[in-house]
Design a binder for this molecule. Structure first.
Ligand code: URA
Length: 436
């Protein structure tokens, strides 16, 4: 069938066959179907949607557009976690070594930050020497040796997704549930995992701002993943305020180290442990949430998870002395507290505004080719519900440039709301579980 006939079929609201979807994606990946026809199909999908069967066929075609890792030599169950992206979200860095300590292999292919949401790879690259671009053989060797590895997507992993995502970004077709589902699952399942736990963020600083859209995406991911023979579960978690008290690459590594040493902020640990528990359950190494929780607590308390993180960083070439002495991590030249304008209670610490302040400081990127400044960001953030006295710092800005600092300070001021009376408690962090 000619590509234009497939576009017309979807434009008219008809279902596409597996063959039509596969041929279209193969042609697009090879370059025989031009970008304009792919963009037209993406727009038709944006308006007409795809059924679960069509989404599974699209995921399969994108997954098969490149290498699918052969992880059969790793005996342990292989489970990964994916977050749709949040502010201050350093969960992967704590969870991967923690879960690996419990006998589950975590081959994690992660991304870089774009816009206000931070990227796990940028955080790891603030550790001097840490290599995120590894050949497949070395990646699998590290997973076999220490149980976890966190690296970036290679050129050969789901190339159709990389090409299509760039096109969606400039054609207004990013916010489509079936396209997002195929994009996430094609990358994650190409790493040869048996199962996937999803953290679908919902709120001010999230890709999915409303509970309805977050639920719809979580359903689609779990349903399609199951249809492709994988074990799947999803949590919908709140992203109205940042996770933890630090946002920024090296600043989040400092908070990760504290968390692995048993001193992590409550909200960060709650989300990390909830997701880690689901990973142990999917892997079948724990039979109940209580058993999984007890296993994870033991690995944290004994220091085993912290030692596993050091092993993983060492195997990636990272300088572990900077983790043992976090004051040796990249550090910004200027540190400026933001004083509370009045006494009262923190009623809002808006994740989106805090994310934007970090972007202005240089911690993130507005286009994929931008460089990030690993040292800058915002630390010592107050949390919703916390009492504050006038003049007490609501956060400390870490900057390397006076002009950027001034712009970020103005942005950060808009993030907080202080009320004279205690505000109602924030919504639960773990809002819902979707396991179908
Ligand atoms: N993240 C992805 O990997 N793909 C999307 O389409 C959206 C978010």
């Amino acid at each position: 069938m000619l590509p234009q006939w497939i576009i017309e079929k979807k434009r008219n609201g008809d279902a596409l066959t597996d063959d039509e979807i596969r041929e279209f994606i193969q042609g697009f990946t090879r370059g025989t179907i031009p970008d304009y026809q792919m963009a037209a199909l993406a727009m038709a999908i944006y308006f007409r949607g795809l059924s679960a069967d069509e989404t599974a066929a699209l995921t399969e075609a994108m997954l098969r557009s490149g290498d699918v890792l052969d992880t059969a030599s790793i005996a342990a169950p292989k489970i990964d976690k994916h977050s749709t992206g949040g502010i201050g979200d350093k969960v992967s860095l704590i969870l991967a070594p923690l879960v690996a300590c419990c006998g589950v292999a975590v081959p994690m292919i992660s991304g870089r930050g774009l816009g206000i949401t931070g990227g796990t790879l940028d955080k790891l690259e603030s550790i001097p020497g840490y290599r995120t671009q590894l050949a497949t053989a070395e990646f699998l060797h590290i997973v076999a040796a220490c149980g976890c590895s966190i690296v970036g997507q290679t050129e050969r992993l789901a190339p159709a997704d990389r090409k299509l995502y760039a096109l969606r970004d400039v054609t207004g077709t990013v916010p489509s549930i079936p396209l997002i589902t195929a994009s996430i699952l094609s990358k994650k399942l190409a790493a040869g995992v048996d199962g996937l736990v999803l953290d679908v963020k919902c709120g001010r600083g999230a890709f999915m701002p409303t509970p309805e859209t977050a639920r719809e995406l979580a359903h689609s991911l779990v349903h399609v993943g199951r249809q492709m023979g994988k074990q799947m579960t999803a949590l919908i978690t709140s992203m109205d305020q940042p996770l933890g008290r630090a946002v920024g690459n090296a600043l989040e590594i400092v908070e990760t180290v504290a968390a692995l040493q048993g001193c992590g902020p409550d909200d960060l640990m709650e989300v990390t442990l909830a997701l880690a528990e689901r990973m142990l359950l999917l892997a079948g190494v724990a039979r109940s949430a209580a058993e999984a929780g007890a296993m994870l607590a033991r690995q944290l308390e004994s220091g085993a998870a912290w030692r596993k993180f050091l092993d993983m960083v060492r195997l990636h070439g990272g300088d572990v002395a900077t983790l043992v002495h976090p004051d040796r991590l990249p550090r910004a030249r200027l540190q400026e507290p933001l004083p509370a304008p009045a006494s009262g209670f923190v009623a809002a610490a808006d994740a989106e505004h805090i994310g934007r302040a970090c972007l202005l400081l240089g911690a993130g990127r507005t286009k994929t080719t931008d460089a990030v400044d690993h040292a800058v960001g915002v630390a010592d953030l107050v949390k919703i519900g916390q009492p504050v006295a006038q003049g007490q710092p609501l956060a400390v800005l870490h900057a390397n440039d006076e002009r950027r600092l001034a712009a970020a300070r103005a942005q950060l001021e808009t993030a907080f709301r202080i009320t004279p009376a205690a505000a109602p408690p924030p919504l639960p962090l773990i809002r819902e579980e979707i396991s179908l």
